[in-house]
Design a protein around this ligand. Structure first.
Ligand code: PRX
Length: 693
């Protein structure tokens, strides 16, 4: 024990801004934490014994190395677990995260030559996984399904890759993908990666305007879609949306030569699909004709892998750019440890590949680990609220990863939908997208997981590529609602508004010190905005846009966005985007949008709208304003509430005081605070009077 103690003591003196270290030592030493015992949920002894990271001690040992010697830590993993055609040069990574020292730059494994598709498929097949199921596909309609082994998946990917090459798609070209959760979605992502093309998946819930905006920004060689999809009882005509987007993008000078369209027969027959001869191609008519093998395009670790647009605090979406090598190593490693992945696992993540979660933890992370992944096409509550557990039982899912909004909505629908199914295959649960409130956490843990499955509440972002703060199941006690401790190589810091790091029990702005392999490298075509948004607010750090507190035991609690971004059902929406959609309505003079607490969605969208003179309020107008947002962004961004506002509270310099609007929206009327700086204090009473009209 003396040895053990000395070891622990040396870690306790390990500084590196890691406030959680000494607390974990307390757990190792068996000292009681400052928290009440009933706030802590311990993993079972049995779970920990078999876990990849079975103790805080093991975590600390690895974490310490990852911070003290990032180059050694990550290059050991990169070399032992991946295929590199050629090793990187002398430097494993190089970075400048300080705007005062020149341009922001992050590079990992530069000069290393590899291919992520090869690492997902060929490498695993060579290791004997060819006959293993790579993807189970479950249709919206119960009873319809399909699957692909790793070898079959490789064949499909190669056929599409060959087709793309035949129409002139080359390394570095952009490909826009507008597909629902069909097998063809991961197939397309992997095919692009195989030939070095840069995919940009646009979530198939975005409107034609949003799709057009993204097409204009990245100018793809081809757009890949399907004719229609069924979601629950509804049929959505995706091809019509693409057609409209291509008309729009052509007006901005970006015309597309090829629109490859998958015929999704269960939703719509080709005879009923609108068609533009010459431009539109049926996937089934061309792709299967191509060979099932395709040479890999070997790329540099720092060559771009994909672009994914996300919302910021201004109206224009940001094209987050991820490169190949670091992203590959990071998503695979985070997947493995945060879900305690074992070869026999069956993994289901309910996220759509249109979001980062679907990129990193439906496609790349799991496939790099040779995992079996369940892909579900439909709505989680169709035909009823038991569908998720039906799927869990059908495929014997062991790892189930979802979003708090789904947990809350299923919780509201009643326990009997859950208890009707066995769920006994489950062993690890996961949560992502927004803070999970302790009551939803407990329901998920106790009811869904039968009190025996640790929950990995993974905090991360489109920008971070992979998990940043996350439990490692089995390693340490959890606290419902806390994302716990940082992943290997991640140094979270909490700063005050002046940018000073604060330690101990504290709360403030969450930043990250140093780079990690999965970090995004730039915003496409706008490196300046990258620097301004993320690295200028607190020089020397990456600023996450989130608030965070650290408790007396060193656990991290994410408290939500501190910028003008709202998180609706785990989807990031910029208030400015919604405002700009509203004011595009001819009868809207001005709009101000704030987030407000919502029982199921986490946050709802609350819009204060001033209409033009001479127009009167009506239910019809309300509907058409909401429609404007649906049409410009997508149905998921539709405001939950329109609050008529004869005028908005502004400072004398004309700035809208959102603080006051947030209080009115959440009806915290006794907390309006100081209204004396308003140009016209009377507007507040006027707004309150109209609150429930
Ligand atoms: O506010 C945080 C919240 O989602 C934001 C990132 O959104 P996006 O880039 O769309 O990626 C979502 C999936 C990674 C973060 O800034 N967020 C994400 N996960 C969590 C979270 N907030 C609290 N707890 C989480 N586990």
């Amino acid at each position: 024990t003396t040895n053990h103690l000395r070891h622990v003591e040396s870690m306790a003196s390990f500084p590196s801004g890691a406030g959680h270290i000494s607390h974990l030592n307390a757990i190792i030493l068996g000292e009681s934490l400052a928290s009440q015992e009933d706030d802590l949920v311990y993993p079972s002894h049995d779970f920990s014994r078999h876990a990849l990271i079975p103790s805080p001690h093991k975590y600390l040992e690895m974490y310490k190395r990852s911070i003290e010697d990032p180059a050694g830590f990550w290059s050991d993993i990169a070399l032992s677990e991946f295929y590199w055609k050629q090793r990187w040069g002398d430097q494993v990574y190089s970075e400048n995260l300080d705007v005062n020292k020149g341009n922001i730059k992050i590079e990992w494994f530069k000069g290393g030559i590899t291919n992520i598709c090869y690492n997902c498929l060929d490498r695993n097949i060579d290791a004997g996984l060819g006959g293993k199921i790579a993807l189970y596909w479950e249709s919206n309609e119960p009873g319809f399904d399909a699957n692909l082994t790793y070898s079959q998946l490789l064949h499909r990917v190669c056929q599409l890759a060959n087709y793309l090459k035949s129409i002139g798609v080359r390394k570095g070209d952009a490909v826009v993908i507008y597909l629902p959760m069909l097998l063809e979605l991961p197939i397309t992502m992997l095919a692009c990666a195989r030939i070095g093309a840069v995919h940009s998946v646009v979530f198939a819930g975005f409107s034609s305007d949003s799709l057009a905006q993204r097409i204009v920004d990245c100018k793809p060689k081809v757009v890949i879609t399907c004719n229609a999809v069924k979601r629950g009882p509804k049929t959505i005509h995706l091809k019509d949306i693409v057609d409209a987007a291509l008309v729009e993008s052509a007006k901005d000078g970006v015309s597309i030569d090829v629109c490859l369209t998958y015929e999704n027969q269960s939703a719509l027959k080709r005879e009923s699909t609108k068609w533009q001869e010459g431009r539109d191609m049926w996937w089934q008519d061309v792709v299967p004709k191509y060979p099932t093998t395709c040479e890999v395009e070997w790329v540099d670790a720092e060559d771009p892998l994909f672009l994914l647009y996300t919302s910021g605090s201004t109206g224009k979406p940001k094209g987050v750019l991820h490169t190949t090598g670091g992203y590959m190593v990071y998503t695979a490693t985070t997947f493995k440890y945060a879900f305690d992945y074992k070869e026999s696992d069956i993994y289901w993540c309910t996220a759509d590949c249109g979001w980062i979660t679907g990129h990193s933890y439906v496609t790349y992370g799991p496939m790099l680990n040779g995992a079996t992944v369940v892909l579900y096409e439909g709505a989680p509550n169709y035909p009823d609220s038991g569908r998720c557990w039906d799927i869990v039982d059908k495929y014997k899912v062991t790892i189930f990863y979802t979003a708090p909004t789904l947990v809350r909505s299923l919780m509201r629908d009643g326990d009997e939908y859950v208890t009707r199914y066995s769920r006994k295959s489950l062993r690890v649960l996961g949560s992502v997208g927004e803070p999970i409130n302790p009551s939803a956490w407990r329901w998920f843990f106790n009811l869904v997981g039968g009190s025996s499955c640790p929950i990995s509440d993974t905090w991360w972002q489109t920008e971070t590529g992979g998990f940043m703060i996350t439990p490692l199941p089995g390693a340490w006690p959890q606290k419902p609602g806390s994302a716990t401790f940082p992943f290997f190589g991640v140094q979270p810091v909490i700063v005050d508004e002046k940018g000073n790091e604060i330690d101990g029990e504290c709360s403030g702005y969450l930043c990250v010190k140093g780079s990690w392999p999965g970090a995004f490298r730039t915003l496409y075509g706008d490196h300046e905005r990258y620097e301004t948004t993320y690295f200028r607010p607190f020089p020397g750090y990456y600023f996450t846009g989130d608030g965070c507190s650290r408790d007396k035991d060193g656990y991290h609690w994410l408290t939500g966005r501190v910028d003008d971004v709202i998180n609706v059902s785990g989807h990031r929406i910029g208030t400015a985007e919604v405002e700009s959609a509203l004011v595009s309505h001819p009868q809207c003079a001005e709009a101000a949008v704030v987030g407000v607490e919502h029982e199921v969605k986490g946050q709802g969208i609350y819009a204060f709208v001033t209409i033009v003179e001479g127009v009167s309020y009506s239910e019809e107008l309300r509907k058409s304003l909401i429609l404007a947002v649906r049409n410009q962004i997508g149905a998921f961004a539709a405001p939950d509430k329109i609050h008529w506002a004869p005028s908005l509270p502004k400072t004398r310099s004309g700035k809208i005081m959102r603080r006051i609007l947030r209080k009115i929206a959440s009806r915290q009327l006794d907390e309006l605070g100081d209204t004396s700086t308003l140009a016209e204090p009377g507007v507040v009473d006027q707004l309150i009077a109209l609150a429930d009209r």
